[in-house]
Design a protein. Structure first.
Length: 319
């Protein structure tokens, strides 16, 4: 049964206007610092990787937020490219820390095998406020499309535009948290003037494959690697995870491009969205970060087996 859950902003059944969005933004307070947690960690990588600033968010009076990506030093045109993104939803902490952990501990292992491009924190304003939306109450992970209303999404699209056709894999690092149910889904319903239906948060790690171009063996390889680090989310009584049918252990599918999701932006053959559950009593923050890094490593290892085939296809397409 559909129910309407109370949210303290707006009028039930009526979408938010400018006044409600301004009220919502006024309630958001910084709870951590992007400069300390993310920029400082990126700066520490400059002796091993190339760091590029690909944009800047101007959210005055809250401040300006430079957007950084880290890329392989010794970039080679004959190698396929791999994109890793974290912090598209700023509150999903292990997505950011997992991307940084991968860079710090594992990325050097792939030198000469793939060109790596890593954007550890796509949404820094939301990272500081531990929120899903940007400062305009827009979800960047529904906004990866032409004329995007979210500058976070538009900036990332501009970054990868020159590399279209060269990506072999894209791993987008996310979390599903208890606050999805207690805060973000009710807020979404209130913002859009819709009813809010209670749901269930899965306990464990899972992946989102692409409905249009599924890669079940790729997803299975990641699940196998992550299961050594943390537990995999089971299907619920309906055989689903967050309302979508489970197609393999720990795997569901979404139409990535249709929904404007980050994982759909490259057109890569191998794409996935990770979902860690940080609120589980069976997982620690360390395990969550390690699971994200393990997912990236497993994805690259699997995709690398197709690098020669990819190079032939790319060469054929360019002639």
């Amino acid at each position: 049964m559909t129910t309407t859950r109370f949210y303290p902003i707006g009028t039930p059944g009526q979408p938010w206007g400018a006044a409600e969005k301004a009220e919502w933004r006024a309630q958001q307070r910084p709870r951590r610092r992007y400069a300390d947690d993310v920029v400082r960690a990126i700066d520490a990588l400059r002796d091993r990787f190339d760091v590029i600033q690909y944009g800047e968010l101007d959210y005055s009076p809250d401040g300006r937020y430079p957007l950084f990506a880290v890329r392989s030093r010794g970039w080679r045109d004959d190698l396929p490219c791999v994109l890793v993104t974290g912090g598209v939803h700023g509150y999903e902490t292990s997505g950011v820390r997992g991307a940084l952990r991968f860079l710090e501990r594992h990325a050097a292992d792939y030198a000469g095998r793939a060109n790596l491009l890593v954007a550890p924190c796509v949404s820094p304003w939301a990272y500081e406020r531990i929120h899903r939306w940007n400062a305009h109450a827009i979800d960047p992970n529904r906004s990866f499309r032409e004329d995007s209303p979210a500058e976070e999404s538009a900036a990332l699209l501009r970054l990868i535009a020159p590399l279209r056709g060269r990506f072999l894999a894209h791993i987008d690092l996310h979390e599903t948290t208890d606050t999805d149910e207690t805060e973000f889904r009710p807020a979404l319903a209130a913002r859009d003037g819709k009813d809010s239906e209670p749901g269930t948060i899965p306990d464990g790690f899972y992946l989102v494959d692409d409905t249009e171009r599924p890669q079940p063996e790729f997803q299975a390889a990641i699940i196998a690697a992550v299961s050594d680090v943390t537990h995999i989310a089971p299907a619920d009584a309906q055989g689903e995870i967050i309302g979508s049918p489970v197609v393999a252990p720990g795997v569901i599918r979404y139409p990535l491009r249709e929904l404007g999701l980050c994982a759909g932006i490259t057109g890569a053959r191998f794409v996935t969205t990770t979902e860690v559950y940080p609120d589980s009593p069976r997982a620690t923050p360390e395990q969550c970060d390690a699971a994200q890094a393990a997912a990236v490593c497993a994805a690259i290892e699997f995709a690398a087996g197709f690098a020669v085939e990819f190079a032939v296809d790319s060469a054929t397409a360019s002639t």
